[in-house]
Design a binder for this molecule. Structure first.
Ligand code: BEZ
Length: 258
């Protein structure tokens, strides 16, 4: 689930990821329905993380390659018996090799979307499918606002630490077309998502590039402050936390350029 430029500021611990974000792969199943993988097809999973959804993809009988920028996550994917490779999603070096590319919850970590899309287009055979889901415009806006406010209150530029790209459908469709794709569908899907534990676990898993701007001794106070700012909006009366996810889901096809 990691990819490019500033994602180097984020470190991925597969055990912590499973504890706080196991739902990411579970909720990615609709992508498989859209992708309709066929036995014998060669499919690239871009930003495969520790491979939970990749494993389901491989169960279709397709020949699957999973790539991710995190060596820890790829080591976990390989332990599942998958063909996992450490690759920067902004520098894919495959040529006309795949019938389809799938990506779940990874593209928003790649801050150079045009480089990603050029690499995906190059990796696909003519007519190949690209099916993806990522954070879209407005994704985790409540959380980002609270984190940003707590950083700004300390005189820290939160925008400079922002590791995410959450595009609108119009923005991403235009980029897909420039890269040579026909966009078959693209939509924003608000999906408030129950979390398996406290919001602090989510923040520690996904907001490392923000948190590390704060001196270590102040980090517990910073996390407590953000938690209290979020409680009214994201914690219900029973103490159950959710995150204000908005997905951008699309299906595209590489035009046959001969
Ligand atoms: C997402 O999947 O939308 C996401 C997860 C963590 C941080 C930001 C976005």
């Amino acid at each position: 689930m990691s990819g490019g430029s500033r994602s180097g500021a984020q470190h991925w611990d597969p055990q912590r990821y499973n504890r706080n974000a196991g739902f990411v792969a579970q909720l990615g199943s609709p992508l498989l329905d859209l992708l309709q993988p066929q036995a014998g097809e060669r499919i690239l999973d871009l930003g495969c993380g520790e491979g939970a959804l990749t494993e389901k993809l491989a169960a279709s009988g397709a020949e699957v390659v999973g790539v991710d920028a995190s060596s820890e996550q790829i080591a976990a994917a390989c332990r599942r018996g998958l063909d996992g490779r450490v690759v920067n999603g902004e520098a894919l070096a495959f040529t006309r090799e795949f019938d389809a590319v799938m990506s779940n919850a990874a593209l928003h970590w790649m801050l150079n979307p045009d480089a990603v899309l050029q690499g995906v287009a190059r990796a696909l055979k003519p007519g190949g499918r690209f099916v993806g889901e990522m954070g879209g415009a407005g994704n985790v806006a409540t959380i980002a606002q609270a984190v940003g406010a707590a950083l700004e209150a300390r005189g820290i530029d939160s925008q400079a630490a922002n590791p995410w790209y959450f595009p609108s459908p119009q923005d991403y469709a235009a980029r897909l077309e420039v890269a040579g794709f026909e966009v078959l569908s693209i939509e924003l899907i608000p999906r408030p998502t129950p979390l398996p534990g406290e919001i602090a676990g989510w923040l520690e898993t996904f907001c490392e590039s923000f948190i590390k701007q704060v001196p270590q001794a102040d980090q517990p106070v910073f996390l407590a402050e953000v938690t209290e700012a979020l409680r009214p909006a994201l914690c219900d009366g029973e103490g159950r936390w959710s995150a204000d996810y908005v997905r951008l889901r699309f299906v595209a096809r590489l035009k046959d350029r001969g």
